[in-house]
Design a protein around this ligand. Structure first.
Ligand SMILES: *Cc1c(COP(=O)(O)O)cnc(C)c1O
Length: 367
């Protein structure tokens, strides 16, 4: 059935010292985000003459890196974020992994990194999940998968690296926001922007996150959970959060989300929710939405709900919004009905509870 099979042969070397089962199950009782890691990692190496080679699954361990490794100096690095779920009936599934594989190559091209054939990306992810299948928590948890690629050549000149490492690590996770699915408070960054036209805002490169940290710190300092960025040119249009796309729900039941114009990351959660909302009969418009309009719409009652979305948090209602000269409240107490309905529609597909009529779920048979 599979037309696109990987030609790489993974050398699988089991971890000689895996975490004891009792310790793992104890750790599963109190999962955070990205603090606990599974026993193994996937690695594929690339060099200019040889192409992709030496595919391995092995015990998770440190990379030996030369101090001149170019990623440490020029940040030629990209990543993806995806999840494996354990369904209520015991299957192991991935959600739209082909979309991650495709987007990874969009990121690679923008950062002048080599493209990894989609079948090889998927094979690495699947091999790791199979090897570490017992690391997929059941219930509310999931196994967060982090594929990434970086420039490993020792070289201080400025040019694309001729040596690259692709790797996948896995981290069992609980809910992204502490305190569960309560609405989050967000800070509007008026000083810092995340992405500019012609920049790297529409790909998942490490540097985007480095540039967002100071704005995120400003959000925390102001008692907020997350930061929302405005556009770089006019500081007027709402773009997205540091790592999540954003939606607005209007009183006529329509939904607005900023259009992908080169400075917004094309989220797979965003794309899936647009499709699910349309299937629920909602009118979804991808159109620019100004921050002053947002304030006016909350004041007039035209805006009913707002939420952020991404793989890690899935759907998070926005409770209130704070900025240098004021704040406004949307709904701090609970998630709104449209947010709740969309969140449930998506999570029930991801967790295999609903019939997957879209073909979004990829089952890993036999684990
Ligand atoms: C990864 C990411 C998202 C969400 O993308 P998903 O595919 O839904 O996980 C949104 N914004 C930014 C900046 C991101 O890096």
């Amino acid at each position: 059935m599979q037309t696109n099979t990987s030609s790489l042969q993974f050398d699988v070397k089991p971890n000689a010292n895996p975490m004891p089962e009792a310790e793992r199950l104890e750790a599963f009782k109190n999962l955070g985000f990205g603090t606990l890691f599974s026993d193994h990692m996937a690695i594929i190496r690339w060099s200019k003459g040889k192409g992709w080679h030496s595919a391995e699954i092995k015990a998770r361990e440190a990379f030996a890196m030369d101090p001149a490794a170019s990623v440490l100096h020029y940040a030629q690095a990209i990543f993806e974020g995806m999840k494996a779920y354990r369904t209520a009936d015991g299957r192991a599934v991935l959600f739209r992994p082909d979309e991650n594989a495709r987007r990874f190559n969009d990121s690679a091209r923008r950062l002048a990194l080599p493209e990894l054939p989609e079948a090889d990306f998927l094979a690495a992810v699947e091999q790791l999940v199979r090897t570490d299948a017992k690391w997929i928590p059941s219930g509310e948890g999931s196994l967060y998968l982090r594929p990434f690629m970086f420039a490993s050549e020792s070289f201080l000149g400025v040019r694309p690296s001729t040596e690259v490492i692709f790797s996948v690590i896995a981290s069992p996770v609980g809910p992204y926001f502490k305190g569960g699915a309560k609405p989050v408070n967000i800070w509007v960054s008026e000083k810092y922007t995340r992405a500019a036209p012609g920049g790297t805002g529409d790909v998942k490169c490490a540097g985007n996150y480095a540039a967002s940290l100071v704005a995120q710190a400003e959000a925390y300092a102001n008692g907020c959970d997350q930061v929302v960025f405005l556009d770089a040119a006019e500081h007027r249009w709402v773009e997205e959060l540091g790592g999540m796309n954003v939606f607005f729900v209007m009183d006529d039941g329509s939904i607005v989300t900023p259009p992908l114009g080169g400075s917004i990351l094309p989220g797979i959660t965003r794309k899936s929710l647009i499709e699910l909302a349309r299937e629920q009969g909602l009118n979804v418009r991808e159109e620019p939405y100004a921050f002053d309009q947002w304030q006016a719409d909350v004041a007039s009652g035209r805006l009913k709900e707002a939420f952020a979305c991404g793989t890690a948090a899935v759907v998070a209602a926005i409770g209130s919004v704070k900025f240098s000269t004021g704040e406004f409240v949307i709904n701090n107490r609970e998630n709104g009905p449209v947010t709740t309905r969309l969140r449930e529609a998506l999570t029930s597909i991801q967790r295999g509870a609903t019939n997957d009529s879209h073909g979004w779920v990829r089952e890993l048979a036999g684990i």
